[in-house]
Write a protein that binds this ligand. Structure first.
Ligand code: OAD
Length: 254
């Protein structure tokens, strides 16, 4: 296993930190086999977001939009959490104040044991009634009916996800900014850091003197603000950090 010198500096800080925030994006699920959005192989290279992920697209052609989500649900359902998801699940148990903020809708963090999660962009396993706005879980693969309808009122159901041109849940967003601006360290893992308002969370943390740790194989607009920039895959870097952290925790017990 390779050794990165900055990791020991990071562990010294992590060890004394009381409030840790982790922001994740599609890159943390890439090693589970779920496509990211940007980049050469990204979903937005193959599909037009305006045809599939906007309120207008849904009004125009709910069947097409649901077929696309049904296809993505099929891909996601067959995937498992990777080492990165699992380590973040464990950190929640180690650190007393640990909050995970994710832009991902795939539910893999929950599958890996994370509980304290703020889902900024919703969850692909939830559906919302377009009339009553009630939210329910739905894990059918494939969906029994496309587009699906509300069993209570018969109105169209939509994926409980945030589309382009829509606002994020104000309560989730408020909490995300609140925890980010009161944390001591914020990780930005597997996100291109270009989609707002998520991209501003690490900057809000830094303004309140938190350290920024970025894990990404490629540079992003956040990289120049990062105190620690680990250029690699989440499923490789997080185990390296975790290994050193475990050593330090073991030393403390002895
Ligand atoms: P992107 O697809 O924009 O960015 C994925 C990032 O992950 C890139 O910076 C990659 O370099 C990085 N990456 C790839 N493999 C990685 C790995 N193994 N480990 C770590 N990083 C890796 O995805 P997001 O930043 O999540 O919104 O995109 C933000 C939002 O844009 C998404 O939530 C989605 C999309 O449109 C909605 O659907 C509302």
């Amino acid at each position: 296993m390779r050794k990165i010198p900055e990791i020991s500096q990071l562990i010294d800080i992590l060890y004394q930190t009381k409030q840790i925030v982790v922001l994740t994006g599609a890159g943390i699920s890439a090693e589970s086999g779920i496509p990211t959005f940007r980049g050469e192989e990204g979903l937005w290279k193959q599909y037009r977001a305006e045809d599939l992920a906007t309120p207008i697209a849904f009004i125009k052609d709910p069947k097409l939009v649901w077929e696309w989500y049904d296809w993505r649900r099929g891909i996601i359902a067959s995937k498992k959490p990777n080492a990165g998801h699992k380590i973040l699940g464990r950190w929640e148990k180690i650190f007393p104040n640990f909050i995970l903020i994710t832009q991902n809708i795939d539910g893999l963090h929950q599958k890996a044991g994370s509980k304290n999660i703020l889902e900024l962009h919703g969850n692909i396993w939830k559906v919302r009634c377009t009339e009553e706005r009630t939210i329910t879980e739905n894990h059918d693969i494939p969906l029994e009916e496309i587009p699906p309808h509300c069993p209570d009122c018969g109105a169209l159901l939509r994926p409980h996800v945030v589309w382009f041109g829509e606002s994020l849940s104000s309560s989730v967003l408020y909490k995300a900014f609140q925890v980010s601006s009161s944390c001591e360290i914020i990780f930005s893992i597997g996100t291109s850091a270009v989609v707002q308002p998520a991209a501003s969370l690490p900057l809000a943390a830094a303004e309140a003197n938190a350290k920024i740790v970025e894990i990404n194989p490629d540079p992003t607009p956040l990289t120049s603000y990062a105190d620690f920039s680990f250029r690699g895959k989440a499923g490789e870097i997080l185990p390296l950090i975790n290994k050193e952290l475990n050593k330090k925790l073991k030393d403390r017990k002895e």
